[in-house]
Structures are given as C-alpha cells and as structure tokens.
Design a protein around this ligand. Structure first.
Ligand code: ADP
Length: 245
C-alpha cells in the first residue's frame, strides 16, 4: 500500500495483517507515518495505491478486472461502523452534553433506540469512572475527563477495532495514568482489536502483543513487546528506544 500527500510519499510498500483480537502498537519517530495508518483505517484518508481489507471486506477501494475501483458508499459505511477511534485532542462535540456525545453514534448511525443507548451510555460512564458527568458539557471537564468520555463514546459503537491515536499526548502528566488504566481494563475485559499509536512505552509493553517499529513510512522491525523492547535487532529501533526510554 502507498499513501502520498502531493508528491510526498508518507507510507510506502506497506503490507501487514492484524488478526482479530490483536493489540498492535505502532512506534517510531515523529513523522514516520503512524497516525496516517490509523486515519487510513478510519477512512479519514485514502490510500493512493493498494488496498485495506477489514475481515476480507475492502475498505475504500477494491481491484476489479485489473482496475482500482471505489467501493459503494453503503459498503464503505457498513465496514466503517465496525471501527472506533479515539484522538489525541478528544474531538468531543462541544455543543452537546456528555450523554448526548455518547449516544449520538448509536442512535443516528446504528439506529439504536434512544432509551437503550442512554442505558448503555450510563454503564460506560461507570466504566470510565465518570457516572456523575452525564449532563456536563465538555468545556466543564478536564482534559483527562474529556478523554475518558471520548473512550466511552468510541465503545458505545461496540467497535470490533479500536484505534487509539496518542490518546495521552495532550494530557497533564498526573492524569495519564488513569486514562491508560481504563484502556488496560478494556484490553483485559474485551476482545476488541486494537491499533495503538503511543509514546507510552510501558503501556505498549503491557497491553500489546505485537509492536511495529516505523521509520520513514516503512516497518523497519516488528516483534513481541518483550523481544522488541529488550532485544531490538535493527539499529534504528535501538536508537529510537534509546531516545525515548
Ligand atoms: P507520525 O504519526 O508517525 O508522527 P504522521 O502519520 O502524522 O506521522 O505523518 C507522516 C508524514 O505525513 C509527515 O511527514 C506529515 O507531515 C505528513 N502528513 C500527515 N498528514 C498530512 C496532510 N494532511 N497533508 C500533508 N502532509 C501530511
């Protein structure tokens, strides 16, 4: 697969598969293409060459009779519903309350009855430790609290795949632990497939079963976390880890 922005090739010759239930962490220097991969899977970007398949279903394009063809909008939407994303900057809807943020997708995208969506939203608020914030607006919450709501909102869609894009990078250091703690619990209690971009190497080590090291839009090394963090093979991985650990 290849992704370019103008003439700038940001991902090149990329080919990897993620199994159901995998927790894959993408590490590597800034600008190496990690976030772009999550945005491609979320269909916020489209590959220029090659294809992304979710459970065998082409995400945005498919090859037919040797030609690159866009998939139908309804198929794209159907596949897209199976994927949830949490962003560095939370991206909550500022004009909606917490509970409205959480039920928006289930009610309007999945067609869940409002009462059922609300019941589930309250359960999720318990799970992220903010049951009393249902009627607050995002601006009344701290960054850590907003991110916990963003996690609840993503989970409300019951995604099979959860994309986590540097979800603690915008947080004050003292609340990073509580957000990572919630994600650890989700990883333990569910079989959701996770693609994680993070600078929290200890979290990557604890939660993931596979780590991909990127540099210059390519995978330079991959392995199980214990092996890759303790015994990296490639010099670029060694240099990167030496700089961040
Ligand atoms: P990482 O997440 O590893 O820091 P990114 O995926 O954010 O890397 O970025 C990879 C490269 O793509 C960078 O050089 C970045 O400047 C470029 N890039 C990302 N998004 C865009 C965009 N929308 N337009 C142009 N260039 C972009």
């Amino acid at each position: 697969m290849q992704k370019r922005f103008g003439d700038h090739v940001v991902l090149d010759d990329l080919n990897f598969a993620v199994r159901k239930g995998d927790r894959v962490t993408l590490i590597g220097p800034s600008g190496s293409g990690k976030t772009t991969i999550l945005r491609l899977v979320m269909t916020l970007e489209e590959a220029n060459e090659g294809y992304i398949l979710i459970d065998g279903q082409p995400l945005t394009h498919v090859e037919r009779d040797g030609k690159r063809v866009a998939v139908k909008e309804k198929d794209r939407t159907a596949t897209r519903k199976r994927i949830g994303m949490v962003f560095q900057q939370f991206n909550l809807f500022p004009n909606m309350t917490v509970i409205e943020n959480i039920i928006e997708g289930p009610v309007h995208v999945l067609g869940v009855p409002k009462a059922d969506a609300k019941r589930r939203a309250h359960e999720l608020l318990e799970k992220v430790g903010l049951p009393e914030k249902a009627n607050a607006h995002p601006s009344q919450l701290s960054g850590g609290q907003q991110q916990r709501i963003a996690i609840a909102r993503a989970l409300a869609m019951d995604p099979e795949i959860l994309l986590l894009d540097e979800v603690t990078s915008a947080l004050d250091p003292e609340v990073v632990g509580e957000v990572l703690g919630i994600l650890r619990t989700i990883a333990e209690e569910t079989d959701v497939t996770m693609l994680i971009v993070t600078h929290e190497m200890q979290f990557a080590r604890d939660v993931s079963n596979r780590v991909l090291m990127f540099d210059g839009g390519r995978i330079v090394e991959e392995g199980e976390p214990d092996q890759l963090f303790s015994n990296p093979i490639e010099q670029r991985t060694k240099d990167f880890l030496a700089a961040v650990l």
